[in-house]
Design a protein around this ligand. Structure first.
Ligand code: LLP
Length: 420
């Protein structure tokens, strides 16, 4: 359920008609619904209600906007961060340091130090090498880093290959068959407090079996570690739950996910943590765009050229991803169109031969399910600026990220004297 619904023929976000946002802020613009974010945060938490005090860390990469993080902070969420920049954002949104976990295969020494200085809750170590480096840095600074070892369970998540992370050939985590040995080695280092295992096998997962298989392997590893005398008090089960991108599509619910987790982790006797991103933010946002013109060519279907492009919403170009596209004020019969952006490559195509609301020049439309991995993946390709972002709350809205104009990006560049 989300709060982007038609009322009297006009698409609203909560109580705000989208044309009002377009008129005031311009297009393209990302629009997020506070009520939807809250609802998803609560539904996900309720799904885990059979567990004892689960810790939920929002995957900041999915939507790092400060206002979005603030909504989730107020819901008691912590943060899963993967860079110094994301860590700074989580702290700026007042997320408690102990509720921050730091994942990622390429944390630099500076980022490890930044995490230590902030006294974050946990580093999810992705390699033996990273563990040794963090141990050195921590010991040199008189600190002890709380850590989990991220394992690669070699499970096929059954999702797009570019967002699959738990196969042996993927760069993430340590091979699960070497995990016990690496864990013991890292646990012996004075700068580290090895306290558990982390796993994350991929994103937009459409069924629960791969997760269940991966968690089963983690359970066996925990038993093995304890059998070898190691202490294991925490397990971080990552994110990955998929969301519907097409109206009417059904995916496993947070309740089904929670029931599976409760069943598989029974008897683990650890504090469980989760890192959901898309399931919280995905359907809490749309990208609002305006039709520049409708171009008819030899094809049977017209090209509807909108003012949003692949630099604003990269997912269709990058993964061939589907986003439902709806008119803000649908009228007349539906028809078949190609929806494209203005960028000079064919990859800048959002949909081909899509049956959808008929759109004319000047009409507004939305790309749905754009609240996760939308604005955060934008670029300035073709010297386009960065899109503005708006948060709606009931009948009010606020710009929560200014539009960054192409000129502002150019201002950061210069021609050196010796070239003039
Ligand atoms: N934890 C870790 C360690 C992750 O790498 C990710 C996502 C998450 C949690 C959150 O996963 P989620 O609950 O959102 O599925 N740009 C791609 C998605 C990349 C996901 C990367 N990792 C897309 O647009 O589909």
């Amino acid at each position: 359920m989300n709060h982007f619904q038609l009322r009297d023929g006009v698409l609203h976000c909560e109580d705000v008609p989208l044309p009002a946002i377009a008129a005031e802020v311009g297009t393209p613009v990302y629009v997020y619904s506070r009520a939807t974010l809250q609802r998803h945060a609560r539904v996900f938490r309720e799904g885990l209600s059979a567990l004892d005090d689960p810790q939920i860390h929002f995957a900041v990469k999915s939507n790092p906007n400060l206002a979005v993080l603030k909504v989730l902070q107020q819901e008691g969420y912590g943060a899963d961060v993967v860079s110094g920049g994301e860590l700074a954002r989580a702290l700026a949104a007042d997320m408690a340091p102990e509720k921050i976990v730091f994942s990622g295969v390429g944390k630099t020494d500076a980022e490890l130090m930044q995490g230590l200085d902030a006294d974050i809750g946990q580093f999810n170590l992705e390699s033996e090498e990273e563990g040794r480096e963090l141990a050195d840095i921590a010991a040199q600074n008189g600190k002890v880093a709380r850590c989990a070892l991220r394992v690669n369970p070699d499970v096929d998540a059954g999702t797009h290959e570019k967002i699959s992370t738990g196969k042996a050939e993927n760069k993430f985590g340590v091979p699960i068959n070497r995990a016990a040995e690496i864990y013991a080695m890292l646990a012996a280092l004075p700068g580290l407090d090895m306290r558990g295992i982390a796993v994350h096998i991929g994103s937009q997962l459409a069924n629960l079996e791969p997760l269940e298989t991966a968690f089963g392997k983690v359970g066996a590893l925990i038993a093995e570690l304890r059998g070898a005398g190691q202490s294991v008090t925490h397990a971080d089960l990552g994110g990955g739950l998929g969301v519907p991108y097409k109206a009417g599509e059904t995916l496993p619910s947070p309740a089904e996910y929670g029931a599976m987790v409760a069943r598989v982790t029974k008897g683990w006797n650890v504090a469980l943590a989760f890192e959901p991103g898309r399931v919280i933010a995905g359907n809490a946002g749309v990208l609002l765009t305006k039709v520049i013109r409708v171009k008819r060519s030899s094809n049977a279907s017209p090209f509807v050229v909108v003012d949003a492009a692949m630099n604003d919403l990269a997912r269709p170009a990058m993964y061939g991803a589907w986003h439902d596209i709806d008119a803000v004020e649908p009228k007349g019969p539906r028809s078949v169109s190609h929806i494209v952006g203005p960028i000079c490559e064919t990859g800048d195509t959002f949909a081909m031969n899509r049956e959808m609301d008929t759109l004319a020049s000047g009409d507004l439309a939305v790309f749905r399910t754009a609240g996760a991995y939308g604005a955060t993946m934008a670029s300035s390709y073709n010297s386009r600026g960065f899109v503005a972002e708006v948060l709606v709350d009931g009948d009010k809205f606020a710009v929560v990220a200014d539009r960054l104009l192409a000129g502002a990006i150019m201002d950061a560049e210069r021609i050196p004297d010796w070239l003039v």
